[in-house]
Each structure stands twice: as structure tokens, then as C-alpha cells.
Design a binder for this molecule. Structure first.
Ligand code: GUN
Ligand code: FE
Length: 489
């Protein structure tokens, strides 16, 4: 998309970037724009993106007071800017024990590990500072610029989390947990009214903290977070729904994650999980639900109609869910989906790992589908016909990039691509450089010669190199990060 207003704008304070830009405006569409000029307003929004040699770019450069100075960043020839990753589901206190304790089914796992860790974080501000300080560092290393977080039940620890995110320059939705029917006597809220008072206190305290920042500098916001139905009374859920409406605050929770959790809702409430959420008025465009692994052809119309956003957490699902999320079907139905790590249900804080895992799960589902039909991957005609008729359930790497960037942000009212008007949240990825001419970090790009004229690198080279980075790249390829126009790493 180009910007026609570039020439008529006040250029004062615009930051300029020249080089290669990669994004995914829609699922499966990898857009590679080489030798482009991008401008960012002082408030951190993209105001211009067009070929460097276009009239509009040349006009912008000729009228910018500092186009040859420090306002301009030249992206190196074998590098590109990509939108930052969005993690739609991460339990911040569980970062304390990530990578351990995945030996139990969901409900036992919660009682054995999750609630205990969260209780410790609420009991010690020092521990909260330490765990959350480390977490934000790791998010940056992994290129995650925006996260929807589950915290703990305590107000203090959630304010520490919010401040760590804000100070690190990371965008975040901060979820103080609401749970008035916890099975753990020492970690729960005493009543629906006490729980509602606590979340109101959190929202007001966070908004008061944010009031000293200019609107575009406010990177965090509260999100109402009933943990999941089994630990919330009807009275609490009704109150939270009303509070969200009154304050215009988003809501997140877990829905249809695993068999034991869904059975528990049916046993205690006599209703299916999704039906109860819907009856209570929670399913709408401002709601984010993690997992929804039991999404099926009966539930798809409800999710679509309500404009619900879903966080697909493929690594966590492999451990804690009997069923795997039908991602192909969700994308084909044009549902709003992004990716989540679900730390510590998922053991990796990397969205790149989740992208790969999402593709792998889709390949396993496709294998199982073929096997059940007694057909083979080698039957290319049948595979193609199935893809055309939406029977094939494979998802490819470009679709995974979409989920990790635009898909995750869209449902949260944000951009996630590189287009005029969207927030400038990007990561700088280096494929090769003069000092590592055959590939940066883990990459070995055998046919690459860095000293060659980079304009000779064609679309096929870029497609292939980016796919190689997608498969094997890591933090060594990440050379910078900006959120809302500000350099943070
Ligand atoms: N359901 C309720 N709480 C949790 C949690 O902490 N993690 C996961 N994966 N599922 C949950
Ligand atoms: Fe979770």
C-alpha cells in the first residue's frame, strides 16, 4: 500500500527506513517488498511505504529535513523488517517453572504445579520482579512484541508485570486472574464480590499508572481474565461480563481445552463449555479464548458469528489436550486465530517454535486423514483435489507467519502487517552479512554471495532464504526490534 499524503505532511520527526520489508497481509500471502521507503510518525504509526524510487518516496526524501541524517535507517542488503510476533496466550507466573512438570493431565497439572507457582509469585514482590524481569528479556530475544498475559490473582504482582512490560517497551494485555472457586484453599478469592472488587482495583490502579504516559506511549492495558469456568461462580462470571462492558475492557479465558475440563463444566453446570460462555454474553469481538481444540463444524458458525478470537497453542495442546485444534478448518472458515505459547503448558517462550509446531500438527492431522481413507501422500492428484475441495488439512509456513503476526494482532484491534496507519512494531532479521557471507547464525545459504549486487537477488531467492530462516533461524538472526516506532532492542 502506498501513501498519497506523504508529500503533504509535516515531515518533522518522521523516522525513515530504507530496505526490504516482509509481511503477510492475509493467510498464505507472503509479501516481499524490496528497496522500499517506510516512514514512521513520532507517535509510532506507519505513514508511508512505497518503492524507494517512486515519486512519492522521492518527494518525501526531498522534503524531509534530516533525510540524510540520523532519521534514516538503512536496512542491510541481506536483512529485512518483519512485524514482531504476537503471543496471544502466556501465563507469566508459570515462566518460573517452564520446561518442567508436563507429566500430568490438565486439572492435576494445575493443582500440582500452576496454582502453587502463582501463589508464590503473589506472596513475594521480589520473586515477581525477578521472574517477570527475566520473562520480558526472553520475549525480546524471541521477537515477541505483543503478548496477552495471564497473571495471578493478586493486584500487586500484576502491577509489577504491567510495569515490566511497559518499561521494556513491550505491548501487553495484562490479565489479573479472577477465580472465586479455586480448589486450592490458600490460592483463591473468597467470594464473587471480593473478586470483583479486586479486579476493579487492578483496572483502576493500572489506568492511574498509565495516565502519566501520552496515549501513544501506553503499551499495556488490562484484560478481564476469568481463569476458566471450573474455578468461577456464575455470580462472578455475570459480574465480570458486566464490568467488561461498562469499562470497555477486553476479556480472555480458556475454552474447550481438554476433555477433563469440559466434562467438569458439564457435570457442575449441566452445559457445554461454549454454550455457557455464550449464554453469559462473553462470546463477542472483544473476547479472546485460548485453545478451543474441540472446535468443529457445529461450533464454527458460532465462533464466526460472534467474531471471537482464538489463541492456538500447538505445543501445549500436544501435552494437555486429547484433541488437536483444527487449524486448516479455522483458516478456511476465516475465523480469527493467532498463536500462543501457553507457558508453562507449552515449554517454549518462542513463537517461532509455535509456528513450526502448528505446521507439524497439521501435517500429522493430514497423515491421519489420509491413512483413514487408505490413501497416500504420494498421490499428488488426490492431495491437490482435496486441497481444492478444502478436505486437505495441511497448513504451510507462510500461513503460520500470518498467524504469528497479522492473525494474532487483528483480533486485538491492532495491525500486525506493514501498512499505512498500522503501528510500527517490527523485528530486523538478518539472513547473511559481510561478516557471515554464507548465512547468519544457524543458516547455511550455500548459493549466496554477499558481495553480489543485492538488487540481483530475485523473488525466488528471498522466498527460499526466508523459508530457511523460518525452519532453522533463531535469536542470532534477530538484530533489532521496534515497538510503536521506538527501538527497544
Ligand atoms: N486452564 C485453566 N488454567 C489453566 C492454565 O494455567 N493453563 C492451561 N493450559 N489451561 C488452564
Ligand atoms: Fe493457558
Amino acid at each position: 500500500m502506498t501513501n498519497d499524503i506523504a508529500g503533504s505532511q509535516n515531515q518533522e520527526g518522521l523516522k525513515l527506513f530504507v530496505g526490504n520489508f516482509v509481511d503477510t497481509p492475509s493467510a498464505g500471502e507472503l509479501r516481499i517488498r524490496r528497496e522500499h521507503l517506510l516512514a514512521v510518525s513520532p507517535e509510532g504509526y506507519i505513514t508511508h511505504l512505497a518503492p524507494l524510487h517512486s515519486d512519492s518516496s522521492q518527494l518525501l526524501l526531498s522534503t524531509h529535513p534530516d533525510a540524510a541524517g540520523s532519521s534514516l535507517t538503512q536496512i542491510p542488503a541481506h536483512s529485512f523488517l518483519l512485524p514482531t510476533f504476537t503471543d496471544l496466550h502466556l501465563h507469566a507466573p508459570q515462566y518460573m517453572y517452564y520446561g518442567t512438570g508436563l507429566d500430568l493431565p490438565l486439572l492435576q497439572w494445575l493443582e500440582q504445579y500452576a496454582y502453587k507457582a502463582e501463589e508464590r509469585i503473589d506472596a513475594s514482590a521480589e520473586l515477581a520482579e525477578r521472574v517477570y524481569g527475566r520473562l520480558v528479556q526472553r520475549l525480546k530475544e524471541n521477537g515477541t512484541g505483543c503478548v496477552s498475559l495471564f497473571g495471578t490473582i493478586g493486584v500487586r504482582a500484576n502491577l509489577i508485570l504491567a510495569k515490566k512490560m511497559q518499561e521494556a517497551g513491550l505491548r501487553g494485555f495484562i490479565g489479573k486472574l479472577s477465580m472465586d472457586e479455586s480448589p486450592r484453599p490458600t490460592y483463591g478469592e473468597s467470594s464473587a464480590s471480593a473478586s470483583l472488587a479486586s479486579v476493579t482495583d487492578f483496572i483502576d490502579s493500572l489506568q492511574s499508572y498509565l495516565s502519566s504516559f501520552k496515549p501513544h506511549e501506553r503499551l499495556v492495558e488490562p484484560i478481564i481474565t476469568p481463569r476458566f469456568i471450573p474455578v468461577c461462580s456464575d455470580e462472578l462470571l455475570v459480574g465480570l461480563q458486566k464490568l467488561g462492558q461498562e469499562k470497555g475492557v477486553r476479556v480472555q479465558s480458556h475454552m474447550c481445552e481438554g476433555r477433563d475440563q469440559m466434562d467438569m463444566v458439564m457435570k457442575s453446570r449441566g452445559k457445554r463449555d461454549q454454550d455457557l460462555w455464550d449464554e453469559l454474553g462473553f462470546l463477542g469481538p472483544k473476547t479472546l479464548q485460548a485453545h478451543v481444540t474441540y472446535l468443529d463444524e457445529n461450533m464454527i458458525p458460532l465462533v464466526k458469528e460472534r467474531q471471537l478470537t482464538m489463541a492456538h497453542c500447538p505445543l501445549s495442546n500436544a501435552y494437555l489436550s486429547e484433541k488437536q485444534f483444527p487449524l486448516r478448518e479455522a483458516i478456511d472458515a476465516d475465523l480469527q486465530v493467532g498463536l500462543g505459547t501457553d507457558i508453562a503448558g507449552g515449554y517454549s517462550p518462542s513463537i517461532q517454535v509455535q509456528m513450526r509446531q502448528a505446521v507439524i500438527i497439521s501435517r500429522l492431522r493430514e497423515g491421519a486423514r489420509c491413512e483413514s481413507l487408505d490413501c497416500s501422500f504420494a498421490d499428488a492428484d488426490a492431495q491437490e483435489a482435496d486441497a481444492a475441495s478444502s478436505k486437505n488439512v495441511k497448513v504451510d509456513w507462510k500461513e503460520a507467519v500470518y498467524l504469528a503476526t497479522r492473525g494474532g494482532k487483528k483480533g486485538m484491534g491492532l495491525g500486525g502487517a506493514l501498512e499505512v496507519g498500522m503501528e510500527f512494531d517490527v523485528q530486523l532479521i538478518e539472513l547473511a552479512s559481510r561478516s557471515s557471507p554464507s548465512g547468519t547464525g544457524p543458516l547455511d545459504l550455500f548459493d549466496l554471495k554477499v558481495e553480489e549486487d543485492p538488487s540481483k537477488l530475485d523473488e525466488a531467492w528471498w522466498n527460499e532464504s526466508i523459508e530457511r530462516w523460518w525452519c532453522n533461524g533463531d535469536e542470532r538472526n534477530r538484530k533489532g526490534m521496534w515497538v510503536q516506532g521506538k527501538k527497544i532492542a
